[in-house]
Structure formats: C-alpha cells, structure tokens
Design a protein around this ligand. Structure first.
Ligand code: SAH
Length: 374
C-alpha cells in the first residue's frame, strides 16, 4: 500500500478503485462495516485506529480479525500522504509540501502559538476562485480533496513533529465552501470523540464569500469560527482583487454574514489583506467601518504577501497600525495578524507553485543537463 502512494503523476492507478476508509465519518464507516457482514462495534475500533492512533497500514490494527484485515488490504486503502518537502522557520512554523496518492501536491502548515499548535489545511488541489493576490489559484483548480485527505494533513503534521495539534484553520490551498460535502465530513471526523476530538470552537473556516455556501453552513449551526475574506469595502475595489465579488457582491455578502451570525449565534471575523495604494487609505478604513459597524465582527489585518506575477505590494507596518487605529476609533474591533513563517515561502500556494515550476524545468532539460544540475 505504501508503494502505491509513491506513484508518480499520470500513471494509471489500481488504488483509486479501492475504498478509502479515512474518508468515512463514524456513521458512514459503521454502515460500511455492517454492509460487509461485520458487527457494528468493529467500526468504532477501526475508526479509532485510523483517526486516534493514526495507523498508516491495516496491519497495525492488531485487535481485528486477520481475515478482515486481509479483506481491507485487498479492497480498501487509507489516506497517507508523503512529505515531499519540509521547511522550518526560525519561529518554529513548519511548512509541508505533501504528495497525495495520485501524485498531486498540497500544502499544510503547522504554527506554534502560546495556546497550542494550529494546523492550516488545504481543502482542494489548486483553487478556482481566481483572487489576484493569491498563489494557490494561479494554475486553477485540479480537484477537491477528500475528507480523509484533509484529515491526514493534520495526522502527518502531528506525527512529524510528535506534538499534539489543538487548533485547525481551513485557510490553506482551496475554497472550503467550494468543496462543501467533503469539508463537512472532515469536520465531523476530526471533531468526533473517537478520533482526534478537536472541538469546533478550535476550528476556523475561511471563505472568499460564496453566499450559498455561507447559508448552507449556517444551517448546520456549527460552533466554528467563520472568517470571510473581505479585503475591500466597496465593490469596485473588491472585484478588482477578487473576481468572486462579481457573482456575490457586498450587498449580497454582508447580509449573508448577518444571517450567519443570527442563525449560529457566532461572530464572524473578516480577513483584510492590505495592499499598498489599493485598499489601505483612511477613506477605505471609513468605508469598511460603515459597512460592518454594529455587527460585532472582528477584522484581522495582514499586509499582503506579494506573490510572483501579482501586481500588488504590501502596505508598510506603520500604515497597517494607522489603519487599525482608525477602525478602532470608528468602533470596529481590529487586530493585526502575527505573521509566522515569513522566512519560508509563507503565502499559501507558493511552495506548490515553486515545486511545479521546478518539475516543469526538469522535464524541459535534456537528461545530461539534468545530471549536470544535480
Ligand atoms: N479560499 C479561502 C481560504 C484560503 S485563503 C478564502 O479565500 O478565504 C486564506 C486567506 O489567505 C484568505 O483570507 C486569503 O484571501 C488570504 N491570502 C491569500 N493569498 C494571500 C497573500 N498573498 N497575502 C495575504 N493574504 C493572502
């Protein structure tokens, strides 16, 4: 099984037909276990092996009948990514480029805070949203991640560092609400007491503002924190940065945020990446305050992290502080997000882009050029 996870891209895969047990919530795993004629109690045991003890091979499940394990080895698989690259920052942040069973790569970041370790997970391979400042979307969306692949990002970081992960942010590559069902199963799996048992209050989900997704999420009444990537307080500026604003402009997005708060009883947090000369003027601070005042929402300010091919440069720190002060004076709660991992390819999607570019260059080189380069 381990071998199959090392398969290079574009090779036909026998593994894809196998059922990935990491993807199944406890109720779904129970249905599956019953469907193959096994007693339901085994589902809980197997779920614990996968999500609590984080077994990477069926042979580790020593309390299960040998015949059942042989059947799993034949028909089933587990999501076990391999670490293709690992970068560690001076501040302790670790960034992983993880390779999935089909050869696609995603990024996962572990950040260390005083309250515990947070893992930032990817939810898709690439992204379809097209935000002009974001590296993840430059080559579009390749595919959705399965619930098990997202969970396995956490298990891999946990295993690699030997440290417990207490918090999760869905802020890596991809738009979580564009992969709604798998993300919901992922949340179910990781908050399950029989698994890693990470409480919803320790989870933040970030969206670029897909209004139908926000409404669908509200119906679930989960106690997670919803972050909305706002980045601009008027439609002209926001559409210039984020094409998604054409489909769901502010007059649709802000009421959806208000509905979300009313239905769930949870406050929203707005992400605001500051771009020099685009969204960082005092007038913008005033417009932003007018837009969201009274919502009790929180604004997270962060200087944009310039990526290759993007026209944007970051607002300087002093201006970010001025912007924050203005918002506070106008009655809006705002903090400046601590930047972790700035000495490694920090903005999400950068490491994957770099790796893809290197692979492309390697295939363009002749074999002798490649040997010389090594
Ligand atoms: N698709 C989701 C989650 C992934 S992006 C979303 O859009 O919210 C996570 C956050 O990082 C978002 O707020 C996004 O706008 C922001 N972001 C992406 N690239 C960035 C960059 N280069 N500099 C600063 N913030 C960036």
């Amino acid at each position: 099984m381990q071998q199959a996870h090392m398969q290079p891209q574009n090779e036909p895969q026998a593994e894809t037909k196998k059922k990935c047990l990491t993807d199944l919530t406890l109720p779904k795993l129970t249905d599956y276990i019953k469907s193959i004629g096994q007693p339901a109690f085994r589902a809980k045991q197997i779920f614990k092996w996968i999500h609590q003890k984080q077994a990477t091979d069926f042979s580790a499940m020593t309390d299960q009948p040998k015949a059942l394990l042989a059947q799993f080895a034949q028909n089933c698989t587990l999501a076990v990514p391999t670490i293709r690259r690992r970068q560690q920052s001076k501040d302790g942040t670790v960034k992983y480029l993880l390779q999935l069973a089909d050869g696609n790569c995603i990024e996962t970041v572990l950040m260390r805070y005083h309250y515990g370790n947070t893992v930032c997970v990817s939810t898709q391979v690439g992204c379809a949203m097209g935000c002009r400042f974001c590296a993840s979307t430059q080559a579009g969306r390749v595919r959705d991640l399965t619930s098990g692949e997202i969970a396995a990002e956490i298990y891999t970081a946990q295993k690699d560092t030997g440290e417990r992960v207490s918090h999760i942010v869905l802020m890596g590559i991809g738009e979580p609400l564009h992969n709604f069902d798998n993300v919901m199963d992922f949340l179910d799996i990781i908050s399950c007491p029989e698994g890693v048992n990470i409480g919803m209050r320790n989870i933040s989900l970030s969206t670029c503002g897909l209004v139908p997704g926000i409404d669908k999420l509200a119906e679930r009444k989960l106690q997670l924190t919803l972050s909305v990537s706002l980045h601009a307080p008027d439609n002209v500026t926001r559409s210039s940065m984020m094409p998604v604003n054409d489909a769901f402009p502010l007059e649709k997005l802000i009421p959806a945020c208000r509905r979300y708060q009313k239905t769930t009883g949870r406050r929203i947090s707005f992400e605001y990446s500051m771009v020099n000369g685009v969204n960082d003027s005092p007038q913008m601070a005033k417009k932003l305050a007018d837009l969201i005042r009274g919502m009790g929402a929180h604004v997270n300010l962060i200087p944009i992290n310039p990526v290759d091919g993007s026209p944007y440069s970051a607002t300087d720190e002093a201006n970010v502080r001025r912007f924050q002060k203005m918002l506070e004076d106008l009655g809006v709660n705002a903090t400046i997000r601590r930047r972790l991992g700035t000495d490694i390819s920090a903005a999400c999607g950068q490491l994957r882009r770099e790796d893809a570019k290197q692979a492309e260059q390697a295939t363009r080189q002749t074999p002798s050029e490649r040997t010389n380069a090594q």
